[in-house]
Ligand binder design. Structure first.
Ligand code: SF4
Length: 702
């Protein structure tokens, strides 16, 4: 047990992993983080999960990049298999910052000047600060001259945001997750919060213990179901059928909130007609859920005094992800479960700053605060403010950028803190695209799978080494403070972005993140009442926040919706099957996701000693019946193939996975599951269907 007399200093900051945004205190000795304690932040009330408590020594890992690297002449980018991230000198040589920055910027400049801004693209990061994300998108927009800028929201909640903007006019959550304590019904759908938002899950458990009825809907079982009144383990990919049949029951049994529908919504009649064909009996063969259970759950939800809905990637990562969200929104609107304490719509955000990075416009179709790049008046406003011309066309999204590289239309990229060589669906295709680029600049902490394809790698700063703000799933803007110095010659990301910008002709002088934050507040009405000084004093302020006196608004949509007519809109959703249906050659459904101990592509947590010791190797979670059929024992090696690739991986028996389905976490480079996944896109959110593809499994050896 460590006591406070073992430490030199304490620094208050925020956890860098998930969107819950737990406030914590780093305990530092000899410029190293010894451990972290939870603070009394609004999202965590002193709680932390295993990642927040034990996940920090990645920043001190010997593989940490401490000097800029430039690819050696003659080493082909396709040669990544021979690259050891711990010893990158077979492929790269060290360079001074001056040389590396000149080289990085000149390659980008050459493509811009010869082919135009549209031949460039940038991926920023939801793991950096708001200030870094803001400056990165500004660089791409006015330094590159294109809106081809995106980040991992495209693998996360872009379809939820598309549906929310279309129906209720705002992509953010309508209530913090803590509102679960005021709900008498809590619906968790397509989300496994005990694993992915562990501290938020503790609030759901507390609410259930106090009497709230918890409804969980997920094709994969989960431990939160121990606290649930209902666990609906539907067939994978059938959310629209299930939700439409719930709404069918609510309409047929006259359980809608008529006053709410009349005063706050439009298009209900169209939805009502559409729902006719979705009786629970008609949908039972699709969902696998009994009509009686659907009726019971629909009644519980509609009759609740206050019901709140939480959803995750199980909803968004489908070709019908936007339709899934449309159904959830319709369900809440028709029962009036929005805008009051204990009610609301809450897509649980994944990364610690995916909300903030999206708000500040690290996305191709919007300028800060979701203002359309295609609206001439908005563009003109930003052109005046930034003093530069903007591309009038919206840019390409993550997977579309990969396709554009394959077509030879995008030739150079700047990637800050993202790892598409692991995270993208059908990743062989994405890796080929990275290898095809004429020029790739990567800014990161390690030689990631993506950095392996770079022409130049710029050693960046980790979250505990920087000052900055992040915005969590609750819309709480929170301040983080540097706890330890940068290692070697690594640099602050804000400094690196500005040095690239300077070499592309932009004369920027942001000496501190607070200078960037001040500019953000001038372009974003949502946070105009928040100042750096206020955050330093309060640590957390929720938006919308209109003035310095405004405490911020935890509940939104209390009176009306931020749509043109103030009404929420019902948008009916039809059944669309998954893009790739299992058949005799590929009879099994593969779904992917995270583990409690590992974060996304593993670049941080695989290098965090405690976390990697708990979950050190790739595993496929397999239902017992499938194990028996394969005559496989736990730990046996199997080969899993899809139409796009194959991996060898060891088996773990998992009774929570329904028969006919397997689950593989996407954090392991040794068996990268995205070699198998499908890159078919939701047409609205442009999210790929990584939650569903067809595979076969063959036992390899004992
Ligand atoms: Fe960090 Fe999320 Fe865990 Fe909180 S719940 S400690 S934010 S990973």
């Amino acid at each position: 047990i460590l006591h406070d007399d073992h430490i030199d200093r304490e620094v208050n900051s925020v956890c860098p992993f998930c969107g819950v945004g737990c406030q914590l205190t780093f305990k530092v000795r000899d410029d190293k983080i010894l451990y972290a304690d939870g603070r009394n932040g609004p999202a965590n009330e002193e709680r932390l999960c295993i990642k927040g408590r034990f996940g920090f020594d990645y920043i001190h890992n010997p593989e940490r990049l401490t000097v800029p690297l430039i690819r050696k002449e003659g080493v082909a980018k396709e040669d990544v298999a021979t690259l050891d991230p711990a010893n990158p000198y077979t492929h790269f040589r060290e360079a001074s910052w001056e040389e590396a920055l000149d080289f990085a910027a000149s390659g980008l400049r050459k493509v811009r000047d010869e082919k135009g801004g549209g031949a460039l693209a940038g991926f920023g990061s939801a793991k950096g600060s708001n200030e870094e994300a803001y400056l990165f998108q500004k660089l791409v927009r006015i330094g590159f001259g294109t809106n081809n800028v995106d980040h991992c929201t495209r693998l996360c909640h872009a379809s939820s945001v598309a549906a929310l903007l279309e129906t209720v006019g705002s992509g953010a959550v309508s209530a913090p997750f803590n509102e679960a304590e005021n709900a008498d019904v809590i619906m968790v759908i397509g989300s496994n919060p005990t694993i992915n938002h562990p501290v938020a899950a503790t609030f759901f458990k507390n609410a259930a213990k106090k009497g709230a009825k918890l409804i969980i809907i997920d094709p994969r079982g989960q431990s939160l179901s121990r606290h649930a009144k209902y666990m609906l383990q539907e067939k994978p990919g059938t959310d629209v059928a299930l939700l439409n049949s719930m709404m069918h029951v609510i309409v047929k049994e006259d359980l809608t909130d008529k006053d709410y529908i009349k005063n706050h919504t439009e298009n209900f009649e169209e939805l009502k007609v559409h729902l006719e064909e979705f009786s629970p009996e008609a949908m039972e063969p699709v969902t696998g859920i009994s009509p009686d259970l659907i009726r019971e759950v629909a009644r519980e939800f509609a009759k609740a005094k206050a019901a709140i809905i939480f959803w995750g990637m199980g909803i968004s990562q489908h070709v019908h992800g936007t339709d899934n969200s449309r159904c959830l929104i319709s369900l809440a609107l028709m029962t009036g479960q929005v805008g009051r304490p204990g009610t609301g719509l809450h897509p649980l955000r994944g990364q610690n700053n995916v909300q903030g990075a999206s708000d500040v416009a690290l996305i191709p179709m919007f300028l800060p605060d979701y203002q359309s790049v295609e609206d001439p008046a908005i563009r003109e406003k930003f052109e005046r403010f930034w003093g530069a011309e903007l591309d009038p066309k919206k840019g390409l999204t993550v997977v579309e950028i990969t396709e554009a590289v394959h077509r030879g239309e995008i030739n150079a990229m700047y990637i800050m803190g993202e790892n598409p060589a692991m995270s993208d669906p059908n990743v062989s295709h994405a890796r080929q695209a990275l290898a095809m680029l004429d020029h790739l600049v990567v800014q990161d902490l390690f030689v990631t799978e993506t950095a392996a394809y770079a022409d130049v790698i710029l050693p960046a700063s980790a979250w505990p080494e920087k000052d900055g703000t992040v915005t969590n799933t609750n819309r709480q803007v929170q301040i983080g403070r540097a706890a330890v110095p940068l290692p070697g010659d690594a640099r602050q990301d804000l400094w690196i972005i500005q040095e690239i910008a300077r070499r592309l002709g932009l004369d920027w002088h942001y000496d501190h993140p607070k200078d960037v934050f001040a500019e953000m507040t001038q372009t974003m009405d949502s946070i105009k009442g928040i100042s750096w000084e206020r955050l330093e004093a309060a640590d957390s302020v929720i938006y919308p926040c209109e003035s310095p006196e405004d405490p911020g608004q935890p509940l939104i949509f209390t009176e009306d919706f931020p749509t043109a007519n103030g009404l929420g809109k019902f948008v009916p959703a039809s059944l669309i099957s998954p893009d790739e249906i299992p058949d005799k050659n590929f009879p099994i459904v593969l779904t992917t996701g995270r583990l409690l101990e590992h974060w996304h592509t593993g670049s941080m947590t695989r290098r965090a000693s405690v976390l990697d010791a708990v979950e050190p190797e790739p595993i496929v979670h397999m239902p017992p019946a499938m194990m028996e059929q394969l005559d496989a024992a736990p730990g046996d090696l199997v080969t899993i193939r899809s139409r796009r690739g194959e991996i060898d991986i060891r088996v773990r028996v998992d009774g929570a996975v329904q028969n006919g389905m397997i689950f593989i976490p996407f954090c392991y480079a040794e068996a990268a599951v995205n070699l198998l996944t499908n890159d078919a896109l939701d047409p609205f959110g442009k999210i790929a269907e990584v939650k569903f593809c067809a595979v076969n499994v063959e036992r390899k050896s004992a």
